[in-house]
Design a protein. Structure first.
Length: 233
């Protein structure tokens, strides 16, 4: 059995109520639920939340909220892995035989159902513990600068000053959208960013953190631009 788990606590501070705030015509979390539903990957789509209003919105858009997330996993310091572990444990204890669980962030409006399908395929084919979305850095990280006191600069890697950008290895980072994993991997709280994980690359124009009001505005501009392009095509 395969389950999608969307963590969505109610205590966001930088963007209050961001998980259910209206984003381009729907509550933000609805976009993640829709992507999960369209993918056809999941037997159940579950939202893990401590908030009654989030739970009501999640149910309205087709997700289940069969339990309330414990208070100990709902503060600012709660990590994703323990939250997903709790949900998988709850399902197993309730007699639901989970084989694979996919954590989908509630603030991932650019997530495509095809990405979820590809993630599932790569997880199965690789026999890894996890498969998750990544995207490339727009600029070579080997040429990154550090700003010091008084605005002075220094390179993190000064030995790379004379190296041409095209000769530097491309670097990637977590896209912050989804994490497929085996049930055992979640229960054992295995580390995600290591050699027992496989990457699912997504283009940079479909990746945007949504942590600050500036991020939110940028995401709306990107979303509307993509929608206009797709409608035009």
């Amino acid at each position: 059995m395969k389950v999608a788990i969307i963590p969505a606590r109610g205590g966001s501070k930088r963007i209050p109520r961001k998980n259910i705030r209206q984003f381009c015509g729907k509550p933000m979390i609805a976009w993640s639920i829709d992507a999960a539903r369209r993918s056809g990957c999941f037997d159940r789509i579950i939202v893990s939340t401590d908030d009654d209003e989030i739970a009501d919105v999640a149910r309205e858009y087709g997700a289940e909220v069969p339990f309330q997330r414990p208070e100990r996993l709902s503060d600012d310091h709660a990590g994703t892995i323990p939250v997903i572990r709790h949900a998988v444990s709850w399902l197993l204890d309730s007699g639901f035989p989970v084989d694979y669980a996919c954590c989908i962030y509630a603030t991932a409006p650019f997530l495509a159902s095809e990405d979820l399908q590809q993630g599932e395929r790569r997880l199965r084919e690789s026999r890894c513990s996890f498969a998750f979305s990544v995207t490339s850095y727009a600029f070579p990280i080997q040429r990154a600068l550090r700003l010091k006191q008084g605005g002075r600069v220094e390179m993190f890697y000064p030995e790379q000053f004379a190296t041409r950008s095209q000769d530097l290895e491309e670097a990637w980072h977590d896209a912050g959208q989804f994490y497929w994993g085996t049930a055992d991997a979640w229960i054992e709280e295995r580390v995600i960013f290591n050699a027992d994980s496989v990457a699912v690359p997504v283009p940079r124009y479909r990746v945007q953190d949504v942590d600050t009001p500036e991020d939110w505005a940028s995401a709306e501009y990107m979303f509307e631009a993509l929608k206009a392009r797709n409608n035009h095509g």
